[in-house]
Write a protein that binds this ligand. Structure first.
Ligand SMILES: *Cc1c(COP(=O)(O)O)cnc(C)c1O
Length: 370
């Protein structure tokens, strides 16, 4: 699915050097590289504050903790996502309100957000799934008119951008807080776990920093309940190097996506990724819909031909045993449920060759008898 070793080998001299510098200094915790990386990322994103942390799930949890919410407050989010988004909502005693997705983009349906609003709604958490931002323009409008916070789950959308009120913004910098993950397979990945929150709000940035550091601004003086969530200096050093290549990584993913789009355009049994005009897609995943109930069969066929593929995601969150009890099992979100049956993500990474893609395209066509 991804070729992390190939990318490392291509960038080896500079990454090894960056890691070696950390080893030489021995500043493993909150070392110089952490600050350098945070500043560089803030510059790249054109956002005021980047608060690094241990992983993307922590980033989401800290974001919700920073907002001063009350138990039982409602958080509207997409039912078609990775589990982190809703896990932290429930852990904090907040109430997740699952809404359906737009079948073309797999992102949260803005009409569904409107329909889910109640007096207890305090936050909307859009997920920029597969590398394409949700409709932030409309989401911000809904949030503004209902006095809601917006926390963006940008774990898959690093480097993507979207139009809001006629201006281009990097995904994750539009809402009150943006969250990301540096898990190795994300667009900007480290060699283990890492994450960050972004914000343009100085007060929120201060709270986030405190939360990541046991609720303390001053050592051994804990003002609020926090977490222990740090980005390792070694990971920050790797990320600093990789950040200088991020636009190239994204270009490579986009080129690969164009080859798939062109090669598969006549396969009527597939729905190919739909790119909206208001946003740029960074193809963290290249996800197709396989029609006529053939998804699992195609996946098996590809595996037999030596081609990996993945189902992101096989179950909608409201049907996961851990969360089903919340809706007593009677919530029905048809688009999310259908997506779980039809989606298939094809190999997509920064080191793909045309030959690999031609082979994948040819085998997919063969499966459909073309
Ligand atoms: C990867 C991911 C996360 C969590 O990131 P971790 O760093 O693994 O905790 C959260 N949300 C989405 C949509 C993700 O893809």
């Amino acid at each position: 699915m991804v070729d992390l070793t190939g990318q490392y080998l291509r960038l080896k001299p500079e990454i090894d050097e960056a890691m070696q510098q950390v080893l030489n200094r021995g500043d493993y915790i909150n070392g110089a590289a952490v600050k350098n990386f945070s500043n560089a990322l803030a510059g790249y994103l054109e956002t005021d504050y980047v608060v690094p942390c241990a992983n993307g799930t922590d980033a989401l949890q800290a974001a919700l903790m920073a907002l001063n919410l009350t138990r039982g407050d409602e958080v509207i989010t997409s039912a078609f996502s990775f589990v982190s988004t809703v896990e932290v909502i429930v852990l904090l005693g907040l109430k997740p309100v699952f809404v359906d997705i737009d079948p073309d983009t797999y992102n949260i349906d803005t009409d569904a957000i409107r329909n889910a609003l109640t007096e207890r709604t305090r936050v909307v958490v859009p997920v920029h799934l597969f590398g394409q931002p949700a409709q932030m323009d409309e989401i911000m409008e809904i949030a503004l008119s209902h006095n809601l916070y917006v926390v963006e789950d940008g774990a898959q959308s690093m480097g993507a951008s979207c139009m809001v009120r006629g201006n281009q913004y990097k995904a994750g910098t539009v809402g009150h807080i943006g969250c990301t993950s540096f898990f190795p397979t994300k667009n900007l990945g480290c060699f283990g776990d890492g994450g960050a929150c972004f914000t343009n709000d100085e007060q929120l940035a201060g709270r986030l920093k405190m939360i990541m550091n046991h609720g303390a601004r001053k050592k051994y003086f804990n003002e609020i309940i926090g977490m222990n969530s740090r980005l390792d200096t070694l990971q920050a050093a790797v990320l600093s190097e990789k950040l200088t290549h991020l636009d190239d990584f994204i270009d490579r993913r986009r080129s690969a996506s164009r080859i798939y789009l062109e090669g598969l355009k006549d396969v009527s049994e597939l729905n190919l990724p739909h790119q909206t005009e208001q946003s740029t897609h960074t193809f963290n995943q290249f996800t197709v819909r396989v029609l006529d109930g053939k998804r699992d069969e195609l996946k098996q066929f590809l595996a037999h031909e030596g081609i990996p593929s993945m189902v992101y995601y096989p179950f909608p969150l409201h049907r996961q045993p851990a969360f089903e009890v919340l809706s007593k099992g009677d919530l029905h979100l048809p688009e999310s449920e259908l997506a779980c049956i039809e989606v298939l993500s094809l190999p997509m990474h920064t080191e793909m060759t045309e030959a690999q893609q031609e082979y994948i395209i040819q085998r997919i066509k063969m499966f459909f008898g073309k």
